[in-house]
Design a protein around this ligand. Structure first.
Ligand code: TXA
Ligand code: MG
Length: 340
């Protein structure tokens, strides 16, 4: 299959182009599109044949449910049979934006989208290309991140083409995504609401709106219990995460880098800006200032992918602080460092 790349300027959206992409969605085809978090691999969420193609193209197991993307809050009531007041409150506070709500599903939603669960994940993305596409397609769009299963999520159209070129009908190129990590997944069927995946809306921000927020056990334990650690978000290179702090962290990064270099492996360090001068003589890339976690989030996946592009075999990553977007970053780095 030849993959069509459709360039759309996010500052000046060409509706004629959006209509071309929406036609493909209506014809049960896959269209990758930008959102504010990462690129999504979209299909008509109410069409089983189309949704099945998502799993096929990504190599994703059918037991991993998808997020339905909507452009109008009314759609939430079509997709869910029970919208608790807390869900509406959260939607009003954070939509459009990087928050996914897990609710009881309606009859309209088929089991292929939800992986047989009785719940459906829904979000309204804060991206005008994504919103226009959903409106023109006149259907909710099911979309996982547009990467091969288990791999680093895409933050540019080129990343999508690298993974899925030749396997999908179309990629809308709307430039680099802003947030850089996926949406926060929040279960609102339980009380208090529970974070299942850290993401673009921080736990701190959620608490400002709903007060009590529970963190899934997996997240709270930092994925330290081995059974819960499924490799995900992985670059091709082996990733080693160094969670120590301060000077001890730099020392450990240098020690590990030297060890693998001695084994004649191509080693790269992913460093905070303030530490870069401590890695003279090593190859390194800067993710951002440790104090600017939102910038680090934006750069995370593209930095990991650039190590791969340049043929690095080992990536040694400095851990970041675990508040605000740092929680989402660390969740991803720990999973990326898990044994494959
Ligand atoms: O930012 C994002 O969320 C991006 C963009 C494209 O919107 N999408 C994304 O989708 O990251 P995906 O499929 O890569 O991740 C969705 C996550 C998975 O961890 C999945 O298990 C979880 O959401 N999820 C989906 N439906 C669920 C449900 N009914 N209950 C619990 N978790 C669910
Ligand atoms: Mg994903």
């Amino acid at each position: 299959m030849k993959t069509i790349i459709l360039e759309i300027n996010p500052q000046k959206i060409d509706l004629a182009k959006i209509k071309i992409a929406a036609e493909e969605i209506k014809k049960s085809n896959l269209v990758a599109f930008p959102t504010e978090t990462v690129y999504g691999l979209g299909a008509d969420a109410l069409n089983d044949k189309a949704v099945a193609k998502i799993f096929q193209a990504k190599g994703r197991p059918f037991n991993d449910p998808l997020i339905a993307h909507i452009a109008d809050i009314k759609e939430l009531y079509r997709l869910s049979r029970k919208v608790p007041s807390v869900a509406l409150k959260l939607a009003k506070a954070f939509w459009p934006g990087p928050l996914t709500l897990v609710l009881k599903k309606s009859e309209l939603v088929s089991g292929i989208v939800t992986a047989g669960l009785d719940t459906i994940a829904v979000r309204m993305p804060a991206d005008d290309i994504a919103l226009s596409l959903i409106r023109e397609a006149k259907t909710p769009i099911a979309a996982p991140s547009a990467n091969l299963f288990g791999r680093t999520s895409p933050t540019t159209a080129q990343h999508v083409a690298d993974d899925l070129g030749g396997k999908i009908k179309m990629i809308i190129d709307g430039g680099k995504t802003k947030v850089g990590v996926e949406s926060t997944v929040l279960d609102v069927t339980v009380e208090p609401v529970q974070v299942l995946r850290a993401g673009g809306i921080s736990v701190e921000k959620l608490k400002e709106v709903v007060g009590q927020v529970k963190i899934s056990k997996e997240l709270e334990e930092g994925f330290r219990s081995p059974g819960m650690l499924n490799s995900h978000y992985s670059p091709r290179a082996k990733l080693i995460l160094v969670e120590k702090k301060g000077d001890a962290q730099v020392e450990e990064v240098r020690r590990l880098a030297s060890k693998y270099i001695a084994q004649e492996l191509k080693v790269g360090i992913m460093a905070k800006e303030e530490n870069q001068n401590k890695y003279n003589g090593f190859e390194f890339k800067v993710i951002g200032k440790g104090s600017e976690l939102d910038v680090c989030a934006t750069n995370l996946f593209s930095t990991l992918r650039s190590f791969d592009k340049e043929g690095f075999e080992i990536i040694i990553a400095e851990g970041l602080e675990e508040h605000d977007l740092g929680l989402a970053i660390m969740e991803r780095l720990r999973k990326a460092a898990a044994p494959k």
